[in-house]
Design a protein around this ligand. Structure first.
Ligand SMILES: Nc1ncnc2c1ncn2[C@@H]1O[C@H](COP(=O)(O)OP(=O)(O)OP(=O)(O)O)[C@@H](O)[C@H]1O
Length: 253
């Protein structure tokens, strides 16, 4: 686990989101530290996805601001996020199912460089294959590099999507329910991967299952009814009476 005591890399100020007359998010002010692994948790309908979607630029807030490395990025178009160093998984639509794991990551890398130099010499392309291999090793898919993305197991596909997000060399990696639909073994492998990734970059993840993130996170944010209910270390959150009350009566996660 990283120390989690770095500079503030991302900050939200009084963030709110309304869908028609319904308030999904209200007055959420929070700071995310560089190098830390921060989990956003909360019961069903707490506003986690809404918050995540604003952080990742999927849609703008109704009010408030998002600051990344001190810059106001509120409402910027999503493609600008990757350039600034923010990547999110899972963008499943970016995966080419019939292409191999290696080719998928190579294409993600190419998309990053070709914008600047579409006539890149072949030798440089070889470099991309090497880099793609390194990324696959990082996400635990080196042995599966030649397998078509569609032939990978569910957990492996999600690891591939993370690999593709890493191609942009993000300083901030955003993960939305990374273990959704996974078996216990796949979940364990994904948690280990997230921990490894968090050693080298800032990671923010949204997770429905509270127990899962308590063991790996540096900081935890708890949302409830669209508001920030609590923020702290996993230990502080575990001891927090209000959080306990909110989760009380819910099925154990
Ligand atoms: N596009 C939308 N239009 C209308 N209401 C929405 C929309 N998106 C979300 N909501 C509502 O906003 C509230 C918060 O939803 P959100 O998906 O952010 O919660 P969540 O914490 O991610 O929940 P879950 O754990 O179930 O995914 C919910 O009541 C939801 O019905």
């Amino acid at each position: 686990m990283s120390a989690g005591g770095g500079e503030v890399i991302l900050r939200t100020e009084n963030l709110g989101k309304r869908f028609g007359g319904f308030t999904a998010l209200k007055g959420v002010s929070a700071e995310f530290r560089a190098g830390a692994l921060t989990a956003i948790i909360g019961p069903n309908g707490a506003g986690k996805s809404t918050y995540f979607n604003i952080l990742s630029g999927a849609f703008p807030p109704s009010e408030g601001r998002v600051l990344f490395e001190g810059r106001d990025i509120t409402g910027l178009p999503q493609h600008r996020f990757a350039h600034m160093g923010i990547a999110k998984s899972f963008q499943i639509t970016n995966v080419f199912p019939e292409l191999s794991a290696l080719e998928n990551v190579r294409i993600a890398l190419q998309a990053r460089v070709s914008r600047y130099d579409i006539w890149r010499p072949r030798a440089r392309m070889t470099g991309l294959v090497e880099q793609a291999g390194e990324i696959l090793a990082t996400v635990g898919l080196w042995a599966r590099r030649d397998r078509a993305a569609s032939a990978l197991a569910h957990g492996e596909q999600r690891a591939l999507e993370i690999g593709m997000a890493l191609a942009a060399q993000p300083r901030l990696l955003l993960l939305d329910e990374p273990t959704a639909g996974m078996s216990p073994e796949e979940t364990r492998a994904m948690m280990e991967l997230i921990l490894r990734l968090a050693r080298e970059r800032t990671v923010i993840l949204v997770e429905h299952k509270m127990k899962l993130v308590m063991g790996i996170s540096d900081r935890v944010l708890v949302l409830h009814h669209g508001e920030l209910l609590a923020e702290g270390t996993p230990d502080e959150i575990r001891r927090d009476e209000t959080v306990r009350r909110v989760y009380l009566g819910q099925r154990e996660h």
